[in-house]
Design a protein around this ligand. Structure first.
Ligand SMILES: [Zn+2]
Length: 85
C-alpha cells in the first residue's frame, strides 16, 4: 500500500512517502512528510487562537469550553497520527 503526503498531493507535487503492509494493495493511504508535519504542528496555536476568537465574536455559548477542549484533543490526535506516518 502506497503512503502519500496528502499536502504534497494537493499541491500537485510528488507525494509518495513509501509503502507499508499489505504490500501490493493498490489502494493508498495518507500521511504527511516531515515538512508538512512540522507545518501542522507549528500552526496549531494560531488555529486554536483563531477558533477562540471566532467563538468570542459569535457570542457567548458559540463554542463552549467542553467543545474547545474537544477541538484541542482533535488537533493533538491529528499531530500524533501524523507523527506515526
Ligand atoms: Zn508533505
Amino acid at each position: 500500500m502506497k503512503v502519500l503526503c496528502a499536502w504534497r498531493l494537493k499541491e500537485g507535487k510528488l507525494a509518495l512517502l513509501g509503502e507499508k503492509e499489505p504490500l501490493g494493495d493498490p489502494t493508498g493511504t495518507y500521511g504527511a512528510c516531515d515538512y508538512h508535519r512540522l507545518q501542522v504542528k507549528a500552526q496549531m496555536p494560531s488555529v486554536l487562537s483563531r477558533l477562540r476568537d471566532e467563538a468570542a465574536t459569535a457570542g457567548a455559548g458559540a463554542l463552549r469550553p467542553r467543545d474547545a477542549a474537544a477541538v484541542q484533543r482533535l488537533f493533538q490526535a491529528l499531530v500524533r497520527a501524523l507523527a506515526r506516518n
